[in-house]
Design a protein around this ligand. Structure first.
Ligand code: NAG
Length: 314
């Protein structure tokens, strides 16, 4: 990779979420609050799961890992977007742009695999309850988490390999609030048809195959749940609804962007807000408000902190 001859463009200009100047302070406020909520909500989930030994089960470990990835997904571009609301000309260096591409595919790639792992965990718990402890051992859990990061890494390096050597010689306006592939490859000054096709194939393969795995496992689970009607199945049903909501909200926009990636519709950046901001904020909401065990663990955590606060004061 020769730094000097692959590009004359040294920085890109991000057009941001909205080009209306009057809206910028308002958007600054809204997205700052949303970002704060993402950090608080997801850190709270990780804290609750790690501090309550009753939540030391595969389902909650995976949930805590999902929260961790959500923090990553929300942090690779959102702080810069928020700061950019305050400046008129939003620039990003060539290398920072490549870094954003790297991270968005690393994090969303591993998030997809974590979601599949969570579905697999529920499949084993509901369809093979007697073997749950042996199948979902601590080791298997750790392996699933490692696989998710490996898949994310392989996915993102393969994507970046297509892009890093593209020549950029003039146009440098990225019509979004972070650098993502379809928008950046469009700016290269050679015909990028083949590269675009490879990118669609790569992202499309990962998101569609994860999505299909999820659909299959949730269908099998739902059929199993339907044929039972005990109280435990009612609980299973509410967990499932939570999972399916998250999956739909996350995959809907991802698949839409990568199936029609070069349309250039500005609807793409609104969809990007969905998976970089709304999903990370919805996970804590969906998983904690609907979940009795999480709520109980959180109120225990709170009373413990209140007590230790009183001890400190007295
Ligand atoms: C992720 O999952 C692993 C394996 O179960 C667990 O040991 C780890 O604590 C989890 N990470 C977080 C941030 O909870």
């Amino acid at each position: 990779m020769n730094e000097t001859n692959h590009s004359q463009v040294t920085e890109f200009v991000l057009l941001g979420l909205s080009n209306s100047q009057e809206l910028q302070p308002f958007l600054f406020l809204i997205f700052s609050l949303l970002y704060l909520a993402i950090l608080l909500g997801n850190f709270l989930i990780i804290l609750t799961v790690t501090s309550d030994s009753r939540l030391h089960t595969p389902m909650y470990f995976l949930l805590a890992n999902l929260s961790f990835i959500d923090i990553c997904v929300a942090s690779f571009a959102t702080p810069k977007m928020i700061a950019d609301f305050l400046v008129e000309r939003k620039t990003i260096s060539f290398n920072a742009c490549l870094a954003q591409i790297f991270f968005v595919h690393l994090f969303t790639g591993s998030e997809m695999v974590i979601l599949v792992s969570m579905a697999y965990d529920r499949y084993v718990a509901i369809c093979k309850p007697l073997h749950y402890m042996t199948i979902m051992s601590r080791r298997v859990c750790i392996i699933l988490v490692l696989i998710s990061w490996c898949v994310g890494f392989i996915h993102t390096t393969s994507q970046l390999a297509f892009t890093v050597n593209l020549p950029f010689c003039g146009p440098n306006q990225v019509d979004s609030f972070f650098c993502d592939l379809p928008l950046v490859t469009k700016l290269a000054c050679i015909d990028t048809y083949v590269v675009s096709l490879l990118i669609v194939a790569d992202s499309g393969f990962l998101s569609l195959s994860s999505f299909l795995l999820l659909v299959v496992s949730y269908t099998v689970i739902l059929i199993t749940v339907r044929s039972h009607s005990s109280a435990s199945m009612a609980k299973a049903r509410s967990t499932l609804t939570a999972h399916i909501t998250v999956v739909t909200l996350f995959f809907g926009p991802c698949i839409f962007i990568y199936v029609w990636p070069f349309s250039g519709y500005s609807v793409d950046k609104v969809l990007a807000v969905f998976y970089t901001i709304f999903t990370p904020i919805l996970n804590p909401v969906i998983y904690t408000l609907r979940n009795k065990e999480m709520k109980a663990a959180m109120s225990k955590l709170r009373s413990r902190y209140l007590k230790s606060g009183q001890v400190l004061q007295s």
